[in-house]
Write a new protein. Structure first.
Length: 142
């Protein structure tokens, strides 16, 4: 559950997720397979990762990491398999379902907001979307 003092941060995370969902809505199948700035992950995998992050609270994340023997790659692959749809459209629908989520694997809401913004840019930049300037830097009140 979100703390009231973090409401403005969650509003920014929600807005960034909604903007990303809108940006993704017109992608071709080829664009969904495009590499991102997240290593070997394509667009669909990063979207599934963002969906997983918005679906895992702290304890569920910790159990998942323990189940993966604290190997982040194993944890991430399991979460991708769980949150990736059978088609890009289904993956996008799953992402849209968590746009307004206040669930995160960390209680550090400012860091989580940064994660959402950075991963959105990891997708947009290689696709040439939003390349007309630097990433939006939301005012976090800090």
């Amino acid at each position: 559950m979100a703390k009231p003092q973090h409401d403005h941060l969650w509003a920014l995370a929600h807005a960034e997720r909604a903007a990303l969902a809108e940006d993704l809505s017109g992608l071709s199948d080829e664009q969904w397979r495009h590499r991102t700035l997240c290593g070997k992950w394509d667009v669909e995998e990063v979207v599934a990762h963002l969906t997983a992050a918005a679906s895992l609270g702290q304890w569920k994340w910790l159990r998942s990491m323990a189940g993966a023997r604290f190997r982040p790659a194993v944890h991430n692959q399991r979460r991708l398999a769980e949150h990736r749809g059978s088609t890009p459209a289904e993956t996008l629908d799953r992402f849209r379902a968590v746009v307004d989520s206040t669930t995160a694997p960390s209680a550090h809401t400012t860091a989580y907001l940064g994660d959402v913004v950075v991963h959105a840019q990891d997708i947009r930049h290689p696709l040439g979307a939003g390349a007309d300037g630097p990433p939006r830097c939301p005012d976090t009140g800090r």
